[in-house]
Ligand binder design. Sequence first.
Ligand code: 9UX
Length: 72
Amino acid sequence: KTRTAHLDITGMTCANCSGTVGEALESLDGVVEANANFATDEGSVEYDPDVVSLAEIYEAIEDAGYGAVSDT
Ligand code: 9UX
């Protein structure tokens, strides 16, 4: 069963950044779908918690050059 995490994303400075964040997340095993919105600085990630952890999701965002905090 998947869960969807809602995140506040920092560091997106142009509209294409949201695509970069989404692709970085979707490249992770266990992430079903991910989206980021430049206009609102928010993102959502649907993931399988048996395969990938929220910590790994944050790490992937940071590795891509952005930041994230939980937005529940
Ligand atoms: Mo825009 Mo974002 O040229 O990493 S894609 S700043």
